[in-house]
Design a protein around this ligand. Structure first.
Ligand SMILES: Cc1cc2nc3c(=O)[nH]c(=O)nc-3n(C[C@H](O)[C@H](O)[C@H](O)COP(=O)(O)OP(=O)(O)OC[C@H]3O[C@@H](n4cnc5c(N)ncnc54)[C@H](O)[C@@H]3O)c2cc1C
Length: 292
């Protein structure tokens, strides 16, 4: 069972909890799904929010790492834990591949702003690589299959059409296709090498959709920076409302360290640094300035 500590003032709803690994599953090349039991976090978190994860009892790595909510899971009708997907690329994620049922994990969250309500038009989610993880909960909430948060968020509208355009470099990296196969979700896949679905980069699927009979009214995007920059450019040109979820590296996750600041355009045309962890990670596309 998890124990709970309140975090210092900056994010009043976030808690630090001792969670426990329930299961781990390999989804694709270097890609895994971890299930943690942590009822306090599971009952609060909303689509697009994230949490920090740390292996207890080690200073290597010293800092926690951020991961987006993939989904919550239930026991007896109550959310008791979280699933998240990760790619093993460095210190913590390599350690995580060895975690198994019963292992203790330090977690703090929920953090960040999450995605806005989907509204009632065509919502298109555009994901690159592991950037697909925030969109399972968005899809399930949008289709009325699940609700999240405490009290559960009541949506004021439901999308008339819901699409996920998901791009990976090759079919061996496709993760979570089973979970994303649901009635009401149009799943479109692109691979860089043409080994599955559309042969090309995922922003091309967005371009195609914009020029189809049912163009998107709203776009949510998460993935590698060059891909998000391409999606930002298309949406600004085509005047489609768009939100980008950044994956800026961060140390604390709750606004104290300023390690995750990004330049953001202000209403008066000037710009300022904003903390991706508390003012984001989801930003309106037109406000973000990508630095080369
Ligand atoms: C809000 C948010 C949500 C996120 N959600 C997810 C998610 O759901 N799933 C997911 O997989 N990721 C997610 N990420 C990214 C995730 O946090 C990182 O993949 C994770 O922090 C990597 O930690 P690590 O300790 O394994 O890697 P680190 O050891 O910290 O390495 C990170 C990167 O730096 C490189 N690196 C490390 N050391 C060196 C060096 N000496 N020289 C050059 N390069 C080096 C590594 O190769 C790697 O690419 C998210 C990030 C944010 C901000």
């Amino acid at each position: 069972m998890s124990s709970e500590t309140t975090l210092p003032g900056l994010v009043p709803t976030a808690r630090q909890v001792s969670a426990v690994v329930v299961e781990q599953e390999k989804l694709a090349t270097n890609t895994y799904r971890l299930r943690l039991k942590c009822p306090e976090l599971a009952q609060q978190i909303r689509p697009g929010q994230f949490f920090m994860v740390k292996e207890p009892g080690t200073n290597d790595p010293l800092l926690g790492r951020p991961f987006a909510l993939f989904d919550t899971y239930e026991e007896d009708g109550l959310s008791v834990g979280i699933d998240f997907g990760y790619v093993s690329i460095g210190k913590l994620t390599n350690l995580m591949t060895h975690w198994s049922a019963g292992d203790p994990v330090q977690v703090w969250g929920p953090l960040g702003n999450g995605f806005p309500e989907p509204g009632d038009g065509h919502l298109m989610m555009v994901a690159g690589g592991i950037g697909q993880t925030p969109f399972l909960a968005v899809a399930r909430e949008s289709l009325g299959l699940k609700s999240y948060g405490n009290p559960p968020r009541e949506l004021t509208g439901r999308p008339s059409k819901l699409t996920l355009a998901y791009g990976v470099r090759s079919k061996d990296y496709l993760a979570g296709i089973e979970q994303f196969t649901m009635e009401g979700l149009d799943l479109q896949i692109a691979t860089d090498d043409g080994s599955f679905g559309h042969h090309g980069f995922v922003p091309e699927l967005l371009q195609n959709a914009i020029h189809s009979d049912t163009p998107p009214d709203k776009v949510y995007c998460c993935g590698p920076e060059p891909m998000m920059e391409a999606v930002q450019k298309i949406c600004l040109q085509e005047k489609v409302a768009c939100w980008l979820s950044l994956e800026s590296p961060m140390a604390c996750g709750f606004g104290a360290c300023f390690s995750c600041v990004v330049p953001v355009r202000q209403a008066d045309g000037s710009w300022d640094y904003k903390r991706s962890c508390v003012e984001g990670p989801v930003f309106p596309a037109e406000t973000l300035i990508f630095e080369d």
